[in-house]
Design a protein around this ligand. Structure first.
Ligand code: ADP
Ligand code: ZN
Length: 601
């Protein structure tokens, strides 16, 4: 089908070129004569042959200037004596039929058509690297039959939780009928959320492999094309393909390229994307899981997705594919080392410890690099040295996909996060700690998650002060342990300052300023959601006072945090050490390490 289309298009291009060349050839070598000139030449006997149309006379004549035979044309004038004159001159003449409207139109449009075709050709070249130049409108979803895709869960290391959640879908794809009988409800769409390189595509393939069903993969960026409507038709084709080969798995990578929140960012909507998104929604609503088709999509930005995509009956199931922790990293390394000769001394647990922040793709790359290095050195097997060198290559190399952290940085981050956790634990008004992690995620190098025990609509002043104190705990710990501070606390400081400013300006919690609200509520402006305006409603001297108050609050909170950490320094050490070792600690574990220390004191 695809081939037929491109064939037809090629024929059109070549045909148009042919016509164009013919026309230009003809026109270029026709000398334009006035009618009187023509009559003169006719009298002189230099006209050789004539073709007559109602509006135009063409023919051959001997040009007196060059003395050679040339083509000419002239516009017809009503002339009853023309035939007589031609007979007298002995010129051979004939009538020419009027051109059909189609050929006339083609002749006029030929240059335009050629231009459009060439332009299209160039655009496609730029976009698609020159492949499948005329296959537009077709989904480029690649059919991977089960024989080709032998990927199974054995190839995916780590992410056990995700695998467990996806088990149900495998069962369903294996036997959709059985599920219908039991009346189980299977999600239509599942969203895999995770940073790039964490193995989302791999997981999708593995599901198809495990269930032994066809796998169609496609990418959101392919749906957003230059031409309005192309993306939508690609979406349609993808689903059509899916229905034809049900039960099967459809996979759309980078769905955020299509499914971006419709008003996100400047400039608002994008026609093509919106059409494509709408088509996707229509298709999702239109198919029934009974048909045995499951749509899997991947993104690393679930926050920018259009809400409509996330509604029940669409992508209502989210599965997080996390950045691998220590144990998972070791497993991933082992999976990729299956086909590589290894020296007996290779210890992947050591390598895993040295690669915090690396994702599956980085680790696969690491193994590959080390094998190349060993080959270059004519070694029989990969040794530790190669693996260690490969780490450096990946960290320093241009392909630095994710944020990889050095041993020293890891220590600083561990102390920073422990500082947050410790202070949060020991101040009265704080939410329980859910998890601390020093595996980088998004912009943050590490994070401490606190979850509230109940929904809160009001906050007391003491609670806000405690919150600010906990936010400053990270920096306080850095300062105490390393006698230096890093840029890592930037976001904490931003948040802390914001809280303090609100206390002074909005909540009236500063005695010096009094119970006033000194700034307008932030309002959305029409340009985009991200841009806020703040309007000042106070004098310069009040501004100075506000600044002083904010500074005082921050400083007081900071010294309070420092004091708490100093008094519990051994807790900080044991917490940080555990964190360096394990990278993720749960709330209960944090409690354990802090409590233990208190009893020891
Ligand atoms: P994503 O789709 O999340 O960007 P991919 O699935 O394309 O990531 O992963 C790229 C490659 O990284 C995979 O082909 C695989 O070789 C490797 N990889 C990623 N995660 C894992 C994992 N958990 N186990 C084994 N290999 C992995
Ligand atoms: Zn912090």
């Amino acid at each position: 089908m695809k081939d037929k289309r491109s064939l037809i298009l090629w024929i059109i291009v070549i045909g148009a070129l042919f016509i164009f060349v013919q026309l230009t050839y003809k026109y270029q070598f026709e000398k334009e004569l006035s009618y009187s000139e023509f009559k003169n030449y006719l009298k002189q006997g230099t006209i050789r042959s004539v073709k007559i149309r109602s509006d135009l006379i063409r023919g051959k004549f001997i040009n007196p200037e060059t003395q050679s035979e040339e083509n000419f044309k002239t516009v017809t004038v009503p002339d009853l004596k023309l035939v007589e004159d031609m007979d007298n001159a002995g010129v051979s003449y004939q009538g020419e039929p009027e051109k059909g409207w189609l050929s006339a139109l083609l002749a006029n449009l030929a240059p335009l058509i050629i231009f459009i075709v060439l332009w299209f050709f160039m655009i496609k070249q730029m976009q698609g690297g020159g492949k499948q130049v005329f296959a537009f409108g077709r989904s480029r979803a690649k059919l991977q039959s089960t024989k080709q895709s032998k990927t199974t869960f054995a190839d995916v290391a780590g992410c056990d939780e995700a695998k467990e959640e996806l088990q149900e879908i495998i069962e369903f794809l294996k036997n959709p009928a059985k599920f219908q009988k039991l009346g189980g409800k299977i999600p239509k769409g599942v969203l895999l959320v995770g940073q790039s390189g964490t193995g989302k595509t791999l997981l999708a393939k593995a599901i198809a492999g495990e269930a032994a069903v066809p796998f169609f993969s496609s990418s959101g960026s392919e749906f957003v094309e230059m031409f309005v409507g192309v993306g939508a038709s690609r979406v349609r084709d993808l689903f059509e393909q899916g229905r034809k080969s049900a039960p099967c798995l459809l996979f759309v990578d980078e769905i955020d390229a299509v499914g971006r929140h419709r008003f996100a960012g400047m400039g608002g909507g994008h026609d093509e994307r919106e059409q494509t998104l709408n088509q996707l929604l229509v298709e999702m609503d239109g198919f029934d899981t009974k048909e045995g088709v499951i749509l899997l999509a991947a993104t690393n930005r679930p926050d920018v997705l259009d809400r409509a995509l996330l509604r029940p009956g669409r992508f209502d199931r989210h599965i997080v594919v996390p950045v691998p922790d220590l144990k998972s990293r070791e497993e991933i390394l082992k999976v990729h080392a299956r086909h590589i000769k290894l020296n007996q001394k290779v210890d992947f647990s050591v390598i895993a410890k040295r690669t915090p922040g690396m994702v599956g793709a980085d680790l696969a790359n690491l193994i590959n690099e080390s094998a190349l290095l060993a080959a270059r050195r004519n070694k029989e097997a990969v040794e530790m040295i190669e693996l260690e060198e490969a780490i450096e290559r990946i960290i320093a190399g241009p392909e630095r996909r994710s944020c990889v952290i050095s041993e020293k940085e890891k220590k600083i981050i561990a102390y920073h996060e422990s500082g947050h956790a410790l202070v949060a634990k020991l101040i009265p008004n704080s939410e329980p700690i859910h998890k601390i992690s020093i595996i980088p995620r998004g912009m943050a190098l590490g994070y401490t998650i606190q979850l509230p025990t109940e929904d809160k609509y009001l906050r007391t002043q003491a609670e806000i002060v405690d919150k600010v104190t906990a936010l400053l705990g990270g920096r306080a710990a850095e300062k105490l342990i390393f006698n230096d501070v890093t840029t890592g606390a930037q976001n904490d400081l931003l948040l802390a300052t914001d809280f303090a400013q609100r206390m002074v300006c909005e909540y009236g919690m500063s005695e010096k300023i009094g119970p006033l609200t000194l700034r307008k509520r932030e309002e959305e402006v029409f340009l985009g959601k991200d841009i806020m305006t703040r309007e000042k409603m106070y004098s310069e001297s009040t501004a100075r006072e506000i600044d002083e108050e904010v500074k005082r609050i921050i400083e007081e909170c900071f010294s309070r945090a420092e004091k708490i950490i100093k008094e519990n320094i051994s807790s900080l050490h044991s917490l940080a050490k555990k964190l360096i070792e394990r990278e993720i600690l749960t709330g209960e574990e944090v409690e354990k390490y802090i409590k233990k220390d208190e009893t020891a004191n």
